[in-house]
Ligand binder design. Structure first.
Ligand SMILES: [Zn+2]
Length: 394
């Protein structure tokens, strides 16, 4: 059901992660969130970082905010995005984590490539028993964020298949068995989160499009199976809250997984069958090549397009953002269009200020189009010239 995006034309948000403040030096590791929050230093740093993440998004005038993925450790390439569930679910042996062989999930980079470091940092706990939610504690972390803002806080986390591909397994008989066990555990966690009032739950990176273009499909691992895993993960949730499927072409160390621009076209029919209210597509970095096909194929869900490139440090101009939104409006009606970053900006490599001003540009560019459409604009305090510290140009 539509909750956070109800009654807003061109709602704005970011994907999730934001660059860590340099002073946020504490890490969760294998401690669970409530356990870590007992220690004064962790609690202070976590709550202060969370406040910065959310306040920056409010200053930029976003409609829907995130917690910046505040739970992540300060690791190589933002590996915590994948590693957080294995580090906190039940059924994993955490005392002896093992490196993931290259090639798992179709991910392989040679030595000398920056993402080879990312491969080497996939050192994950091993599955040794039946998987369960354990101490994911998504609800507690979402509450910690939602209690300091009036804006809706979107909760996003990694998909079941990404975790499945990254871990080794001494318990389940097959990859799909492991995948569905993780999906079921996530589903239980998300129901608790939805029941607590979370207004948007975002499943990050169903592998539908990556498997479609990588052609690593075999008779088992197919885009269709990925849709089944997604739908199992979110089963029953749309009766309670708004469900998003986030897709992109990668963001560890702010890199895409491919040297060339990829098209979503081989995966759009499958995407149209996911049990979600909103699907997000990376669009800015690819020059909007798929907008027409997305508009034609995604028939009833809302569509969120990326208008900010998370791979580059060049901050987009509001007019560039507006141009991308206008291009999307040729194929997607305004009532079904939403605006975001292509992906998260906080998986190592971008400064906080770059991310902040990209977010401001996102909101200002959306306001340009809102003005053209005659609909309410967002207040962007970060761009209010009355509070400039320099005298105006003569
Ligand atoms: Zn992404």
């Amino acid at each position: 059901m539509y909750r956070a995006t109800k009654d807003i034309i061109l709602p704005t948000t970011i994907t999730g992660s934001l660059p860590r403040p340099s002073w946020y030096t504490e890490n969760l590791g294998t401690r669970h969130f409530l356990e870590a929050m007992v220690t004064r230093r962790f609690r202070e740093q976590y709550e202060d970082a969370l406040t910065c993440y959310i306040r920056d998004q409010e200053l930029a005038g976003l409609d829907i905010v995130t917690d910046g993925d505040c739970r992540f450790d300060d690791d190589v390439g933002g590996q915590s995005w994948t590693a957080y569930p294995p580090m906190h679910m039940s059924g994993f042996e955490r005392l002896n984590p093992r490196p993931t062989p290259a090639g798992r999930g179709g991910i392989a980079f040679p030595r000398g490539h920056i993402l080879h470091d990312y491969l080497e940092s996939r050192v994950m706990p091993v599955v040794t028993g039946p998987l369960g939610r354990g101490d994911l504690q998504y609800t507690a972390m979402w509450k910690a964020a939602q209690r300091i803002t009036e804006k809706p806080v979107k909760w996003g986390a990694v998909s079941a298949e990404i975790v499945t591909f990254a871990v080794q397994d001494a318990h389940y008989k097959s990859v799909p068995d492991r995948m569905f066990a993780i999906a079921d555990a996530f589903n239980e966690e998300y129901h608790e989160l939805a029941d607590a009032g979370c207004p948007v739950i975002q499943i990050e990176e169903p592998q539908i499009h990556l498997i479609a273009v990588r052609k690593i499909q075999d008779s088992v691992i197919t885009p269709k199976l990925m849709v089944e895993v997604f739908n199992r993960t979110v089963k029953g949730l749309r009766a309670k809250t708004e469900v998003w499927a986030h897709s992109c072409w990668g963001n560890p160390s702010q890199q895409r997984m491919f040297a060339e621009v990829q098209s979503y076209k081989p995966a759009l029919e499958a995407y149209n069958t996911v049990d979600a209210d909103v699907i997000t597509f990376e669009s800015s970095s690819s020059g909007g090549i798929d907008l027409e096909a997305i508009g034609k194929t995604i028939s009833d869900k809302k569509i969120c397009i990326g208008v900010i490139d998370h791979h580059t440090l060049q901050v987009e101009q509001p007019e560039q953002v507006a141009a991308q939104i206008r291009a999307a409006l040729k194929h997607i009606p305004a009532e079904r269009l939403m605006v975001s970053t292509d992906c998260g900006m906080g998986r190592e490599g971008m400064s906080r200020r770059h991310a902040f001003y990209k977010t401001v540009a996102l909101a200002l560019g959306t306001n340009i189009v809102r003005k053209e459409l005659g609909v309410p604009q967002a207040r962007v305090l970060a761009a209010d010239d009355r509070y400039s510290l320099v005298a105006p140009a003569k």
